[in-house]
Design a protein around this ligand. Structure first.
Ligand SMILES: [Zn+2]
Length: 244
């Protein structure tokens, strides 16, 4: 089975709309499972990497199906549906409100992970974003209340600076030299020589396959809710985003 072409992953080159901001697409059904379809291309984000999946609908002439879950296996994206499309041509529409919240959360997580690595030399060892709140696990870390205020303040400075978020491909070796321990490159198969890089102004540079804002000003205010020790020198920071 060929990997699904993932449309939001395409390089950011000033297209209008930007690949991460597209909400609708046309596709062909290339495989049908008991409760899912595989398409030749998609805008739906599949669950994984700490980001929830996109929901939405698939339409065809004479009908439509809800897509309540999207999963991925070896590069093949499975759109779970409550009804099988008739015919092979479908039009997909993603739930933009949900996706945009994830983009704001995910982009803010890059900023927090980048600055915590620079200031405290703590790596991001886990993260899970949601529409309403997110959490990031740092190690080694034992943040004080003052540290948390500083992290929150530094995040919001990046938001206020309205930094552009660039997305481009770079050679793996060059990336390796630049990210040091910020990113766990070992998790990416060695066969992949070109990596998709997310650069958030001067705040972060990291390979990533997720969906991202164009500018940090769209994030709103980062508001840290709490930190909790997870043992093994690991601290979990939970935060929410308030309206800009
Ligand atoms: Zn990312």
């Amino acid at each position: 089975m060929t990997a699904t072409r993932v449309l939001y992953m395409e390089e950011r080159k000033g297209q209008d709309p930007d690949p991460c901001y597209r909400r609708e697409f046309d596709a062909k059904v290339v495989e049908r499972g008991p409760d899912y379809v595989v398409l030749d291309q998609t805008l739906f984000y599949a669950e994984g990497g700490g980001q929830p999946d996109d929901h939405g609908i698939l339409r065809w002439t004479g009908g439509e199906a809800n897509v309540p879950r999207v999963t991925k296996e070896k590069g093949v994206v499975k759109h779970h549906v409550d009804r099988m499309p008739e015919g092979d041509d479908v039009h997909g529409v993603i739930d933009w409100e949900r996706r945009y919240k994830h983009m704001r959360m995910h982009t803010s997580q890059h900023i927090m992970s980048g600055l915590v690595f620079r200031i405290y030399a703590a790596r991001t060892v886990g993260n899970q974003i949601h529409a309403d709140f997110s959490r990031v696990d740092f190690q080694p870390a034992n943040f004080t209340a003052e540290d948390l205020r500083r992290i929150e303040g530094e995040c919001n400075r990046v938001v206020d600076a309205a930094m552009d978020v660039r997305i481009f491909e770079e050679d793996r070796v060059a990336v390796q030299n630049r990210v040091e321990d910020r990113a766990l490159l070992d998790l990416i198969p060695q066969s992949i020589r070109r990596l998709r890089i997310i650069e958030v102004g001067s705040a972060d540079y990291c390979p990533c396959g997720g969906t991202h804002l164009k500018n940090t000003k769209e994030i709103g205010r980062v508001n840290i809710l709490e930190k909790r020790s997870k043992g093994k020198e690991t601290d979990r920071i939970s935060y929410e985003l308030l309206p800009p």
